[in-house]
Write a protein that binds this ligand. Structure first.
Ligand code: NAD
Length: 496
């Protein structure tokens, strides 16, 4: 499967090279001298081979009783738990997030694996009444077919697991195309599932770039389901690809999430939340708290204390225990963040701290950026509306709950929002009015758990949800069954 850190594709139960024989390197963003591994630069031919393997494995897997499918997932969950530390270290090296956060990412994969394994003995449908006598009615979940999964780099194991586990427990077969910046964590997950006993062809993995390997997967006629997490721009292309053949498409895309801090908030708690939500994972979470709308009565104090905390954050290589903020994923992301700092300054926002790439011995071989805070932002500024995906937080003053809600909703995205208040009425009002798929009270916008639906409204998503039993609705189709034991022809709506 790998030698000299060369990782192959996994197709039909075999580890194989790309037909192109081309490869690409996976580099540590904290130290670009460190090569994590060499991966296959797959093309449409490799994708077609993986889809063919998944297609031929589908009839056998579809007929495997779900509790038997679940046994494999339970074994995989136990293997992931045993290897958690090593898997987290691999993830920190390829993605950059601090080790503690990488452990959390692996834990999310473990949680999802066990959660979906448990569904093997549930997968509940409904039994219901009939309008006719001697007739029995029920609905059952049916597998759909081959699922194409396309994933981003920011949660390199959790997101693949969110997609794979519900797809597999529902009886589908899978081809995954992981992010080109973080393929190792997906390969680690695939290896665990192979070892846990997944039959050949049920899960296939092809590494490579979006247009070369992701697009052929989205367009392939034998792929019936596409689940994509990534940018809104690429999500739109994937949606078009799916529309050609009316595929089931799940899109999880960008966010511009807001924390609202009211005048009665516990400020210590709100500042802790803003630091974690704004700068955790270097701001590279789809749920990152990139906007903070603050009541004018506490604005100055919040601003002063938040900046103090941001200046104390230890930025560095995530493998060291003292590191709180890791590097950005790559040079392109660093350039994007630099560009947004220029945009913010040009728009008249006040740069309170950060705003620049970090340099010096510790930083010169990585993509490190100082935690950055802009103050006096207006809701119309681009830094208040557009996703930056870096350690940049915009502070926006407000004078009432209603204004905070209006500003919070004034973006094209709708992933996550939160309020800090001790007023229960205001907390519930905000819960009702915020146009986001996820809402928190007295917590930042990050911290989703695997047994609740995950996803966003507006241009964050297309109405589907991941995780929880919501994921089963996406990866299965309902079959409604009517059993007439009357021995007569009974006509619904007529013989009543
Ligand atoms: P991206 O859109 O650049 O890439 C995502 C995946 O799509 C990668 O595997 C990439 O290779 C592939 N891809 C690129 N072009 C493609 C094409 N033409 N056809 C098919 N596949 C293609 O996103 P990214 O930079 O990896 O991730 C960051 C983005 O992901 C941010 O916008 C972030 O908000 C979003 N995100 C959203 C969620 C969510 O659940 N809403 C979670 C995590 C990340």
């Amino acid at each position: 499967m790998s030698s000299d850190n060369v990782f192959k594709n996994f197709i039909g139960g075999q580890w194989v090279e790309s037909t192109s024989r081309e490869t690409f390197e996976n580099i540590n963003p904290a130290d670009t001298n460190e090569r994590i591994g060499v991966f296959q630069r797959s093309n449409a031919e490799d994708v077609a081979a993986a889809v063919a393997a998944a297609k031929s494995a589908f009839p056998g897997w579809r007929r495997t009783p779900p509790p038997k499918r679940a046994e494999i997932l339970f074994r995989a969950g136990r293997l992931l738990a045993e290897r958690k530390e090593a898997l987290a270290r691999d993830m920190t090296r390829e993605m950059g997030k601090p080790l503690e956060e990488a452990r959390g990412d692996v834990q999310e994969a473990i949680d999802m694996t066990f959660y979906m394994a448990g569904e093997g003995r549930r997968l509940f449908g409904q039994t219901t009444t009939s309008e006719l006598p001697s007739k029995f009615c029920m609905s059952v979940r049916s597998p759909i077919g081959v699922c194409g999964l396309i994933t981003p780099w920011n949660f390199p194991m959790a997101i693949p697991a969110w997609k794979m586990m519900p797809a597999l427990i529902c009886g589908n077969t899978v081809v995954i195309k992981p992010a080109e910046d973080t393929p190792l964590s997906s390969f680690n997950l695939v290896r665990v599932l192979e070892e846990a006993g997944l039959p050949p062809g049920v899960l296939n993995c092809v590494s490579g770039f979006g247009p070369e390997a992701g697009a052929p997967l989205a367009h392939h006629p034998d792929v019936h389901v596409i689940s994509f997490t990534g940018s809104t721009e690429v999500g739109r292309e994937v949606a078009h690809a799916g529309a050609e053949r009316f595929k089931h498409v799940c899109l999880e895309m960008g966010g511009k999430n807001v924390i609202m801090v009211m005048e009665d908030a516990n400020l210590d708690l709100a500042i802790d939340g803003a630091v974690w939500g704004g700068f955790g994972t270097t701001g590279q979470r789809c749920t990152a708290s990139s906007r903070i709308v603050i009541h004018k009565d506490i604005y100055s104090e919040f601003e002063r204390r938040f900046v103090e905390r941001a200046l104390k954050l230890k930025v560095g290589n995530g493998i060291y225990p003292e590191t709180q903020v890791g590097p950005l994923i790559n040079e392109a992301q660093l350039r994007t963040v630099e560009r947004y700092v220029e945009i913010g300054t040009g728009e008249g926002a006040q740069l309170l701290c950060g705003g620049k790439r970090l340099t010096g011995r510790e930083y010169d071989r990585g993509w490190f950026f100082a935690p950055t805070i802009f103050s006096d932002c207006t809701p119309e500024m681009r830094i208040s509306r557009e996703e930056i995906f870096g350690p940049v937080v915009s502070l926006i003053p407000c004078s009432s709950l209603e204004q905070a809600i209006a500003v919070g909703n004034n973006v094209v995205y709708g992933l996550s929002s939160s309020i800090y208040t001790r007023n229960i009425n205001n907390a519930f009002k905000a819960m009702q009015e915020m146009q986001t798929g996820i809402f928190y009270v007295n917590a930042p916008t990050i911290g989703a758990e695997t047994h609740l639906p995950f996803g966003g409204t507006k241009q964050t998503g297309n109405g589907q949800r991941e995780a929880a039993t919501a994921a089963l609705d996406f990866y299965s189709e309902w079959k409604s069954i009517y059993i007439d034991y009357s021995d007569t022809l009974q006509r619904a709506q007529i013989d009543t």
